[in-house]
Design a protein around this ligand. Structure first.
Ligand code: HEC
Length: 161
């Protein structure tokens, strides 16, 4: 009788910490029940989903291009391309013919759906592009991930979103 009482008491104390047989069921299953949905929700398809223009501008263009491509920079005096804000860059790029000293007459900067015909993509991805120099001029080339972002965005139709 005394042993039973002691056992019941210690079991009650332990079960508060989920270590007694009665308490492990619900407490122990809780994290496992939630592992599935969390893993599924975290599945990151980075690279396969096309970035928005807003994200592309923030991740790729804004750090590396407006240093020259702003109104009094050589990217505008020689390249005639202003990328100093997302809105200006978008209208200067999409469906707009190249106009710089080297590239005028060589095609269109961004043709929605056609990265390999878009001067923007050719100039950041090729060491010897069809006109002028590889961009960013004089700087390290864009990373493969950054090139994919540009490519995916153009393939998605170069949306302004
Ligand atoms: C160090 C200055 C500099 C930087 C940085 C730079 N550019 Fe340029 N860009 C130029 C110059 C100068 C030209 C004109 C000569 C040429 O086309 O190669 C130009 C031309 C261009 C053109 C052709 C425009 C046209 O219509 O003729 C594109 C497209 C371009 N740059 C994209 C970019 C992108 C995208 C970045 C950032 C990843 C970038 N540039 C960074 C200086 C720069």
């Amino acid at each position: 009788m005394i042993w039973h009482l002691k056992h019941a008491l210690s079991c009650a104390a332990l079960s508060a910490a989920s270590a007694c047989s009665g308490g492990t069921g619900a407490g122990g299953n809780y994290p496992r029940d939630h592992a599935g949905p969390h893993e599924g929700g975290n599945a990151n398809t980075d690279g396969s989903a096309a970035p928005t223009w807003t994200r592309l501008y923030a991740d790729v263009i804004s750090n590396q291009c407006p240093t020259c491509h702003y109104p009094s920079g050589i990217g505008v005096s020689l390249g005639r391309l202003d990328m100093s804000s997302p809105a200006t860059a978008y209208t200067s790029l999409v469906n707009t013919p190249a106009a710089g000293d080297a590239c005028a007459g060589h095609g269109v900067r961004v043709i929605p759906g056609e990265p390999d015909a878009s001067i923007l993509y050719l100039k950041v991805s090729l060491n010897n592009p069809l006109c002028g120099a590889r961009m960013p001029l004089g700087g390290p080339a864009l990373s493969d991930a950054q090139l994919s972002q540009i490519r995916d965005w153009i393939n998605a139709g170069a949306p302004d979103d």
